[in-house]
Ligand binder design. Structure first.
Ligand SMILES: NC(=O)c1ccc[n+]([C@@H]2O[C@H](COP(=O)([O-])OP(=O)(O)OC[C@H]3O[C@@H](n4cnc5c(N)ncnc54)[C@H](OP(=O)(O)O)[C@@H]3O)[C@@H](O)[C@H]2O)c1
Length: 301
């Protein structure tokens, strides 16, 4: 079994590479950074360039490709729509075509942001998307491209966090830990809810679904839905930090680009498929705490 992870330099990509390395020959792509991951092969690929995508697929000839790479900054996608289209839609289309040509199963990493967040119950895979911003529109278009083949798999995640390395983007939980540990106040939204997604756990769930032949759409976030304030309080509790530094605020005054307020996802379908419960936020935070104690990044907590 050969697996190609496109976007191995992102936190989730890194964890997906490591998870598949447990039983497969794994290759991953880099674009602007050269980041080594032990045990996996590295190739350069720009998904906006058809020759680059085709060359990568010829070189690796994967059974499974996981498309993690995307233009992920929501505000920037609104301003730079051409880049968002080129990377998120054009890139997905090129990878999809290469997979079709090569007989490769494609796993596409998507987002809870495709929902408008007006439903107060968790969204299921059958619910109708209604993207509230341009980033979400491009991700939904990519889902549609990928799902043209019934063999393919779409895994939706939300607010990714984990013990990042220096080359990974900052993530909300590490920022909370670092800020609270420095005894600084943090303003957190009390009115935005989602299922925070621990990269390590999501990688395991996604790889398990893919290796068991899952097709169609699965929600592969963390198990429960929390507001940012609730997430901050859980972080403070697990890491022994001062929750009085958390200042609840409403999101409306802060956001120029529309985002769904209640983009909670049901993970029941994924849990039934993999035959186990997905970790709650608190369980994942405890795993993260152990990881940080073993290999702290930045501050020594
Ligand atoms: N972050 C979240 O909270 C969140 C929430 C929901 C869904 N998602 C989805 O999860 C996935 C990962 O998101 P992330 O925020 O963790 O990603 P990220 O840190 O922004 O990383 C983006 C990745 O895309 C690669 N990339 C960028 N342009 C490329 C190109 N032209 N060709 C090939 N690769 C390119 C980057 O490679 P280089 O670094 O080498 O340039 C990097 O590996 C995305 O599909 C995103 O839509 C993320």
């Amino acid at each position: 079994m050969k697996v190609l992870v496109i976007g191995g330099t992102s936190l989730l990509g890194d964890r997906i590479v490591r998870r598949f390395c447990e039983g497969a020959e794994v290759w991953y792509t880099v674009n602007s950074k050269e980041v080594p991951i032990q045990g996996a092969g590295r190739i350069r690929m720009d998904i906006t360039e058809p020759e680059s995508v085709e060359k990568g697929f010829r070189e690796v000839n994967p059974d499974i490709a996981v498309l993690v790479a995307a233009y992920t900054e929501v505000d920037a996608c609104e301003r730079n729509r051409e880049r968002a289209i080129s990377l998120n839609i054009g890139g997905a289309e090129k990878v999809f075509r290469a997979c079709q040509k090569n007989g490769t199963k494609l796993v596409y990493i998507s987002t809870d942001a495709i929902f408008d967040g007006t439903k107060l119950e968790p969204y299921t895979e059958g619910d109708r998307p209604n993207p509230p911003n341009f980033y979400a529109r491009t991700k939904l278009e990519a889902e549609k491209i990928v799902l043209q083949s019934v063999e393919n798999l779409v895994c939706r995640v939300s607010t990714i966090y984990g013990n990042r390395s220096a080359h990974h983007r900052q993530n909300v939980v590490m920022w909370m830990i670092e800020t609270l540990a420095a005894q600084k106040r943090i303003e957190l939204f009390e009115d935005r809810f989602c299922n925070p997604t621990f990269a390590d756990e999501a990688a395991d769930v996604i790889a398990t679904i893919a290796l068991r032949g899952g097709t169609g759409i699965f929600h592969t976030t963390g198990r429960n839905c929390v507001s940012r304030v609730e997430l901050g309080r859980l972080v403070a509790g697990v890491f022994g930090l001062d929750e009085n530094l958390i200042v609840p605020v409403r999101s409306t005054a802060y956001q120029s680009v529309p985002r769904g307020l209640h983009s909670c996802l049901s993970v029941t379908k994924a849990e039934q498929f993999i035959g186990r419960k997905i970790q709650t936020v608190e369980e994942s935070l405890r795993v993260l705490k152990d990881q940080i104690e073993e290999a702290p990044f930045g501050k020594n907590l």
